[in-house]
Design a protein around this ligand. Structure first.
Ligand code: CP
Ligand code: NVA
Length: 311
């Protein structure tokens, strides 16, 4: 009988569940490469390092940018993507994430997951033998930060030593800003109402780069970048009235922007609610870079996919 050698121990996959899963050097490399991939794309040059590769895309919440950016990224890089929503898959009928992860690992080359609890994503990744990417959870949105950092660097250069003001909810995007402050070495001032601070654990992970204040004017003074996000995130719809009331003093308007540096940028991950977290004048104004920021989701995610899948 023919003797088979035992299978070589496979290398554990790299996951991207938060910005702390990669080193600062790796993150900088991904952002630099995103800028190069954007230039290649502008020239109309085909670049297909992911030929025949497939990305599984599990979405338990709505998405425009994240979904379209990942799907386009895979197509442009020569591969394909499969959108998997709970209404059309067995996940929605209670199949455990651990089983789904093991099955998908045998059919596709990478998986992105948008879900509620970070813990669910971690359970998924623990059973996956291929890279898993966080496409947003209640706790983190690391892909957004790759695009935000890319946008700042393109417009203003290196972010290290600069000051970023986060105005509003200490939410998932804010948590990823805290991790980014540590990894990209900028100072982050977060202004939020009492009871809506970022989680203590994540704040501790930001180390000395992060300060929380109540007064938005204190946070934006001389800032290089002012960022905000919706007051009511996906899954918090029942808190709508209470949140509108509690965040009323936290709108980024022209008066607030005027306190930041004269060349300060305004960012918002989108979708935005004009008249709530940002005024129409600011989001449509000259300091706003939200459309470049949204476009950069494509280039930054291409770079991330190349880093994780084209190995
Ligand atoms: N910013 C962002 O993640 O947008 P989507 O919810 O549209 O993906
Ligand atoms: N904080 C928002 C971000 C959407 C991209 C949410 O979770 O709904």
């Amino acid at each position: 009988m023919r003797q088979f050698k035992p299978a070589a121990k496979s290398i554990p996959p790299r996951h991207f569940l938060t910005l702390l899963d990669l080193t600062a050097g790796e993150l900088q490399g991904i952002v630099r490469r995103a800028i190069e991939l954007k230039a290649l794309h502008r020239l109309g040059q085909a670049y297909e390092p992911l030929k025949n590769r497939v990305l599984g895309m599990v979405f338990e919440k709505s998405s425009t940018r994240t979904r379209v950016a990942f799907e386009s990224a895979m197509i442009q890089m020569g591969g394909g993507a499969i959108f998997l929503s709970p209404t059309d898959t067995q996940l929605g009928r209670g199949e455990p994430v651990e089983d789904t992860a093991r099955v998908l690992s045998r059919m596709v080359d990478g998986i992105i997951v948008r879900t509620f609890e970070q813990q669910k994503l971690e359970r998924f990744a623990a059973c996956s033998s291929i890279p898993v990417i966080n496409a947003l959870t209640d706790a983190h949105h690391p892909c957004q930060l790759l695009a935000d950092i890319q946008t700042f660097i393109e417009k203003r250069g290196d972010l290290s030593g600069r000051t970023v003001a986060w105005i509003g909810d200490g939410n998932n995007v804010c948590h990823s800003y805290i991790h980014a402050a540590r990894q990209f070495r900028f100072d982050l001032r977060i202004a939020c109402p009492a009871g809506y601070e970022p989680s203590a654990n994540v704040l501790a992970e930001g180390r000395s780069q992060v300060a929380v204040v109540r007064d938005p004017t204190q946070a934006v003074r001389d800032a290089d970048l002012v960022a905000t996000d919706v007051w009511i995130s996906m899954g918090q719809e029942e808190e709508h009235a209470e949140r509108l009331h509690r965040f009323a003093a936290y709108q980024v308007d022209q008066k607030l922007m005027a306190l930041a540096k004269a060349d300060a940028l305004f960012m918002h991950c989108l979708p935005a609610h004009r008249g709530e977290e940002v005024s129409a004048e600011v989001i449509e104004g000259p300091q706003s870079v939200v459309w470049d920021e949204a476009e950069n989701r494509l280039h930054a995610q291409k770079s991330l996919l190349e880093f994780l899948l084209a190995r």
